[in-house]
Ligand binder design. Structure first.
Ligand SMILES: C=C(O[C@H]1C=CC=C(C(=O)O)[C@@H]1O)C(=O)O
Length: 400
């Protein structure tokens, strides 16, 4: 059974005032409460591709506008494999809160949980071997880029509170797309994604692909050198170009005008530096919904690879675990099709005392297995910072 399906009145009283879904973007947090109607669908199903599902959503929205609801919305999460069901629902109500206000601790700040164990379910040897095999594929097949990822399993002494994790993530990552989305009974996907897959506002669309990474440094001088090195790195620029080319190609078919900067810039998250390109377009048909555009884009080579089908096969053959919700997307869409969908990266799946974290890295011919492992460790820091430990440190600390 799914928590979203619990009939009204059967939810614990305390839950009533806790939002079921949160999504922070640009200083505001969307909070959605209660499940008015489930709208689950797999984006690869005929029901979605031939438009039936969007017609049903439109009818569901109209019923609500007829009842006086000004602008009903749909919220939820979509898995990496879009043949699998997305968890989407129309909430009973929603509001917006200032990020800073929501992030402010109600009580003195403490770590959101005390950790009992951290396990590298896919260890360094297995991950580096997979990277080596991907590099062989670049020599032997037309595969040019593949994103390989790994899980890190964290166990706490007590039950995790998704709300507390989210507030701490908001404090630590005020500029990120911070989210908490219920995905199954007792399971919540929480994260602080730096990457916007698509935002649609009227006719305007924005996508901000990232690829090509280096860790932040506490030293301003080292950080300046890393930024310059990232901008100059042929390997990172190739990795980045595959994503920008794919996003440009997917949006071009929908846009009457599309602006793509010639050169990437570098963006900073609290833990990482990334090559970044912001594409801005004008839709030829403004009625195309943000979810349809997200479907046209997904999976970009920021999470999958180039060419897409070969990369998908390589991921299935090399990763050795199921990604599930990681590297899919989380977001919202309103009754006019406006909305925002962020990639579900720098995230974890919470269930009771367990939290599975994920991180991936884009592999190209110039990659080296050791550096790609280090990159995934650096990316895991976004979530491990919740507990004040780094990836290697966490494994060592828990083992001793
Ligand atoms: C797949 C992830 O990051 C993507 C986004 C930014 C940079 C990336 C990179 O440099 O490999 C990845 O494509 C992840 O964080 O799990």
């Amino acid at each position: 059974m799914d928590v979203l399906a619990l009939p009204l009145g059967e939810r614990p009283q305390a839950d009533r005032c806790d939002p079921d879904f949160l999504f922070a973007s640009r200083g505001r947090v969307l909070r959605a409460y209660g499940v008015d109607e489930r709208m689950d669908v797999a984006l690869e199903d005929r029901a979605f591709t031939d438009g039936q599902w969007e017609e049903a959503l439109d009818r569901a929205f109209r019923r609500r506008t007829a009842r006086g609801i000004d602008n009903p919305i749909l919220v939820g999460a979509i898995p990496f494999d879009s043949r699998q069901q997305a968890r989407l629902f129309i909430p009973q109500r929603y509001d917006h809160e200032d990020t800073a206000r929501l992030a402010a601790p109600a009580t003195p700040d403490t770590a959101p949980a005390e950790l009992a164990a951290v396990e590298e379910t896919v260890g360094r040897g297995a991950f580096e071997e997979a990277v080596g095999r991907a590099i062989d594929l670049f020599r032997d097949t037309p595969l040019r880029k593949v994103v390989l990822s790994r899980p890190l399993d964290v166990e706490a002494r007590g039950v995790f509170s998704p709300g507390r994790l989210l507030r701490t993530l908001l404090r630590q990552n005020p500029g990120a797309y911070v989210f908490a989305a219920p995905v199954a009974y007792g399971q919540t996907l929480v994260g602080a994604s730096p990457e916007l897959l698509i935002r649609k506002t009227g006719r305007t669309v924005v996508s901000n692909p990232l690829a090509g990474s280096a860790p932040r440094s506490a030293s301003a001088e080292v950080e300046r050198q890393r930024t310059a090195a990232l901008l100059a790195s042929a390997k990172d620029r190739t990795e980045h170009r595959y994503v920008v080319d794919a996003v440009r190609a997917a949006l071009a078919g929908h846009c009457s005008r599309l602006a793509v900067p010639d050169e990437p810039s570098v963006i900073r998250t609290p833990t990482m530096l990334h090559l970044s390109t912001e594409l801005t377009g004008e839709l030829a048909d403004p009625s195309v919904s943000s979810l349809r555009l997200a479907h046209a884009l997904h999976p970009t080579p920021a999470v999958c690879g180039t060419p897409t089908e070969l990369a998908r096969e390589a991921i299935a053959g090399l990763e050795g675990y199921a990604r599930g919700w990681y590297s899919g997307m989380v977001g919202w869409m309103d009754s006019r099709g406006n909305g925002e969908w962020a990639l579900s990266i720098r995230c974890g799946l919470v269930q009771g005392r367990w939290l599975r974290l994920y991180a991936g890295a884009g592999i190209v011919a110039e990659s080296t297995p050791a550096a790609e492992w280090e990159e995934t460790a650096a990316k895991l820091a976004t979530m491990l910072n919740l507990f004040g430990v780094g990836a290697g440190e966490a494994a060592v600390e828990m083992a001793s």
